[in-house]
Design a protein around this ligand. Structure first.
Ligand code: COA
Length: 253
């Protein structure tokens, strides 16, 4: 479900559960967290590359897992993954095809270089799922795109087309779908010929302006998200998804 490989200085992490649109389970988050830590510890690795399948990046957190096995605070595998990604000292490159839902978009805000297919679709449907923004996206998305654009996408849960994602500065470059992975791989390979300590230090300095603020915010987001996951609004939204109907939030005050 998560395939990992190291070759020519690049640690590749592939989300590979196409039958469920690459929805991510707790076990998959755990594997991705471990892969990022292993890449950190392996001196041969100069960059990390995260990608999905040619049809889909990820449909976000597995909704069944959310219902049966809601993440419990900071020790949850999803948090381990996001902490490993957020603290990754080496550059992280993402290649996105198809849908990047929920954490699929959130994680991109923590990557360094993001390349997407021109048919990619992004979304942060947390509000429409009875939840709230997660893992620093409450700040990082307004910071990239401006408050009002971010409000459309987070408060109204509007989907984000590839062009809009580029305009919102969530993506470095759009490419034809069959070129994205190879291009991202070439960009990641460029770190092989750069001095690694300089790359790491520059990345650290670039993020240092907001790191402490984002870390504090994440604690707040995790607390709210965890509470909201157990509340009736989220239950209604998730049940509606599996029953293939529109959720009914009219009874909630
Ligand atoms: N969790 C669990 N299962 C999921 C899933 C998720 N997040 N997303 C898709 N699946 C499953 C579907 O239940 C379906 O399973 P089935 O074949 O056993 O019925 C299968 O993956 C295919 O999904 P489907 O919705 O039929 O594919 P699609 O191409 O029509 O739509 C998406 C793709 C990504 C737009 C759509 O699946 C979707 O909106 N998923 C939910 C996204 C979401 O809300 N994520 C949580 C964010 S916090």
């Amino acid at each position: 479900m998560i395939k990992t490989e190291h070759s020519e200085g690049i640690a590749r992490i592939e989300i590979a559960r196409p039958e469920k649109k690459n929805a991510i389970t707790a076990a998959m988050y755990q594997s991705m967290a471990e892969a990022i830590v292993a890449a950190h510890d392996d001196a041969r690795v100069r960059a990390i590359l995260i990608h999905g399948q040619p049809e889909v990046f990820t449909a976000g957190n597995d909704l069944e897992d959310f219902l049966k096995n809601p993440p419990q605070g900071m020790d949850a595998p999803v948090f381990q993954f996001m902490a490993a990604l957020g603290n990754a000292e080496k550059p992280v490159v993402a290649a996105v095809h198809g849908a990047a839902v929920g954490i699929g978009t959130t994680m991109l805000a923590h990557c360094d270089l993001v390349y997407a297919a021109d048919n990619a679709m992004f979304s942060m449907p947390f509000v429409s799922l009875g939840l709230c923004a997660e893992f620093g996206s409450s700040l990082l998305i307004p910071l990239a795109a401006g408050y009002h654009k971010a409000a459309e996408k987070l408060l109204l849960s509007e989907p984000i087309s590839a062009e809009e994602a580029f305009e919102m500065k969530l993506v470095n470059r759009l490419l034809p779908p069959d070129e994205v992975l190879a291009y991202a791989q070439r960009q990641a390979a460029r770190f092989n010929s750069l001095p690694p300590a300089s790359v790491r230090e520059t990345k650290r300095l670039m993020k240092s302006g907001w790191k402490a603020v984002v870390e504090k915010l994440i604690v707040d987001e995790v607390k709210s998200f965890g509470r909201m996951l157990r509340e009736p609004e989220a239950k209604e939204a998730f049940t509606a998804f599996f029953e293939r109907r529109k959720p009914d939030f009219s009874k909630f005050g």
